[in-house]
Design a protein around this ligand. Structure first.
Ligand SMILES: Cc1ncc(COP(=O)(O)O)c(C=O)c1O
Length: 426
């Protein structure tokens, strides 16, 4: 203002936006970057983003499209995206997964989105109304909780089992518990396999069981398959093979190493084509055209060869972390999640390795401030009404082998000093 004074604007931010939690890993990243800018040698094991850039073929296609000749216009595409890209996605499914027929995956059901995050907004808005209850896994990806909350949905937190996943058994228990208690029934379920943060994967049978239960109970199953392509021996199955009602969400951010290109896709049931088309037209118009154009190269032989090398690096980093953790005698091996896919190791410190005020949140803070290693505390991923968020933490190994190795050396050095503090406070 001209007189240098400000008056509070009565309108303010919406209740809806004020009730949304921050994505805590971004808070950790901010502090880690701040320390780095002060000249500290920070090791980033917090964010789940590949250290590699987009595949060479994809980058070259983007340059060519922008510079020509001819220079492409990069105008809007159809709301559902370039037909050729959708056809390539269809071919990818038919090649990769067993048990899918051409009818299971028609291009009319494929929507190219602004990252999988754009897909969540479209899906949640198309499937749920304010006040509807949607089940999520606890531990699970925090943005499901936060976006659903912003849309006015209620959450049913389903605790993971001792294999760090939820299957039809856990979902059924929650359905029955709600029936007995007279609580609202569940309208949707979203989860990721491989999971962020636990790395656990549903077996094909477990996925089938969940799809069947959801269909029987009229629960819309949203299968986040963003980490497909990054797994270490277990079979990857898609919900498309087991349900005509499930929504499958995927992205170019992880396996394809294109996180900032903001590109993803969904395969949606027939009954949602019109509503989602309408929502996409209004909310996003279309996913970024330059990214769509370049992504046409994603399944070229050369591209896949480059991407498979990244997976080998993840595999090596994963082994380093799991091997190192096995030397922490205070940690119970049963409290370390299986890390079957994705690029995370999730650890529960266990009841004996925490003290009041000295849980995983304080530990991650101290590790960052004292040793310049950024891990993510579990409070991003857990049901906020419980205490597991302050017992668990996540190590991302997307940042390369050297980072994983050096981070674990520093963590190993830090650990006894942390344990002394915890023991003294117990
Ligand atoms: C399970 C899961 N789903 C979705 C996303 C968001 O990805 P995108 O970049 O496709 O929006 C992430 C990002 O970390 C994730 O871990």
């Amino acid at each position: 203002m001209e007189d240098g004074k400000t008056t509070a604007f009565a309108g303010g931010a919406s209740q809806r936006s004020r009730s949304v939690e921050s994505f805590k890993v971004m808070d950790v990243l901010e502090r880690a970057n701040e320390l780095q800018s002060q000249g500290r040698d920070v090791l980033h094991c917090e964010v789940g983003q590949p250290e590699s850039g987009a595949p060479a073929t994809v980058a070259a296609a983007a340059v060519e499209a922008l510079t020509g000749p001819p220079r492409q216009v990069m105008g809007y595409t159809d709301a559902f995206g370039l037909l050729q890209l959708r056809e390539n996605i269809r071919q990818h499914y038919l090649k990769k997964y067993d048990g899918l027929s051409s009818e299971d995956i028609d291009t009319s059901r494929i929507v190219v989105t602004t990252g999988s995050s754009g897909g969540f907004l479209l899906t949640f808005t198309a499937c749920f109304d304010t006040g509807d209850t949607v089940a999520i896994a606890s531990s699970g990806y925090p943005c499901y909780r936060n976006i659903l909350g912003a849309l006015g949905c209620e959450l049913a937190n389903v605790g993971i089992n001792n294999e760090f996943k939820i299957t039809a058994t856990e979902l059924k228990e929650e359905i029955e518990r709600r029936r007995e208690m007279g609580e609202k029934s569940i309208k949707g379920l979203i989860l990721s396999s491989p999971s962020n943060p636990t790395g656990s994967m549903l077996t094909p049978d477990e996925l089938k069981g969940l799809c069947q239960l959801c269909d029987e109970e009229s629960i819309r199953f949203i299968s986040d398959e963003i980490y497909h392509g990054i797994s270490y021996g277990k079979e990857e199955a898609t919900a498309l093979a087991y349900s005509k009602n499930a929504i499958v969400i995927n992205s170019f951010s992880k396996y394809y190493s294109m996180s900032g290109w903001r590109l993803g896709w969904m395969v949606i049931p027939k009954d949602l084509i019109d509503p989602i088309n309408c929502l996409q037209q209004n909310m996003f118009i279309n996913a970024p055209t330059i990214s769509q154009t370049a992504a046409l190269k994603c399944w070229d032989k050369e591209t896949i060869a480059e991407l498979e090398k990244h997976v080998e690096k993840y595999r090596a980093s994963r082994s380093i972390i799991l091997d190192e953790l096995s030397a922490f005698s205070e940690l119970d091996p049963a409290n370390i999640a299986p890390a079957d896919g994705g690029f995370y190791v999730y650890v529960d410190l266990g009841e004996n390795n925490v003290a009041p005020g000295l849980g995983s949140v304080a530990m991650c803070k101290a590790l960052l401030e004292e040793e310049n290693v950024a891990f993510t505390p579990g409070n991003d991923f857990e049901d906020p009404s419980g205490n597991l968020g302050d017992r668990r933490f996540r190590i991302s190994y997307a940042g390369g082998i050297e980072t994983a190795k050096r981070a674990m050396e520093r963590f190993y050095k830090f650990w006894p000093t942390w344990m002394e503090r915890v023991q003294a406070a117990r």
